[in-house]
Design a protein around this ligand. Structure first.
Ligand SMILES: [Fe+2]
Ligand SMILES: [Fe+2]
Length: 262
């Protein structure tokens, strides 16, 4: 039967598909880490209190990148090049979503509006990360090789999402509500397209590696288009709502270290 669990199990069981999966994940995480570190360095004076949390956010993403690299190494595999069409973080940036890398490379302080843009972009992408890791946690929390890594990353992504809700609500109360809603909507509608395209590209690569028969590949592609349709018709709204999270101040303090054996 075709299920998320059986698909991921197949990817996990084959060295080549596992190497591609971990390489794509590690690259996305470390790009996220770099972006957050730059944003933390350029936080405007008026938002100084936010800087340690952005630093922590970046440190978590860097840690996730290292965890995925460590999973590869543990299996005696080398990272493989990430095909550009599977590079979610880069495609979002190219699509003008979030803060442009050109801006982050400059040494000029960001504006409050930039910080709101960063948080809105994160609100949307952390929702995706949190849902994807939740799915992996559901099926693979007890897996001997990836279980610990999956649980830790999933918990971190939930924290990131909680932090985005909390900080965006704070900015909304401070009068940025309209800008936040507009940015969230733009981000979500762009993200669901990029997510669809990246999912199709990743599945095409996996299908080639794992020798999937045409009907199986077609069924999967249809499933991805179905998800997009659901999201376009209203599912995207779950990515733009704001609610005070149960976990407050989820990113206070330093990052928890990665498990030794991850
Ligand atoms: Fe992450
Ligand atoms: Fe995250």
């Amino acid at each position: 039967m075709l299920s998320a669990k059986s698909l991921f199990q197949e990817i996990l069981d084959n060295d080549e598909s596992f190497a591609l999966f971990c390489s794509i994940a590690a690259s996305g995480e470390s790009q996220g880490g770099w972006e957050n570190a730059r944003i933390a360095a350029l936080v405007p004076e008026s938002q100084r209190d936010l800087a340690p949390k952005i630093t922590r956010h970046g440190a978590d993403e860097d840690k996730h990148g290292r965890i995925f690299s460590a999973l590869l190494k543990k299996r005696g595999l080398e990272p493989v090049p990430v095909p550009p069409e599977t590079d979610y973080t880069m495609l979002l940036e190219r699509g003008g979503i979030g803060l442009a890398h050109d801006k982050l490379k400059r040494d000029e302080p960001l504006t409050v509006q930039d910080i709101v843009t960063y948080l809105a972009h994160s609100r949307v992408t952390e929702q995706r990360a949190s849902e994807q890791m939740e799915l992996l946690r559901k099926h693979f929390a007890g897996h001997p090789d990836v279980g610990r890594a999956v649980k830790m990353i999933s918990n971190d992504e939930d924290n990131h999402l909680a932090y985005c809700h909390e900080e965006l609500l704070r900015f909304a109360y401070a009068g940025h509500g309209r800008a936040i809603q507009r940015t969230l909507r733009e981000c979500a509608l762009a993200e669901i397209r990029v997510y669809r395209d990246v999912s199709l590209a990743v599945m095409a690569h996996m299908g080639r590696i794992l020798g999937w028969p045409k009907p199986k590949a077609a069924l999967l592609a249809a499933g991805i288009h179905g998800v997009y349709l659901y999201e376009r018709l209203g599912g995207w709204r779950r990515m733009v709502s704001l609610r005070m999270p149960e976990r407050r101040n989820a990113l206070s303090g330093p990052a928890t270290p990665e498990p030794e054996a991850a």
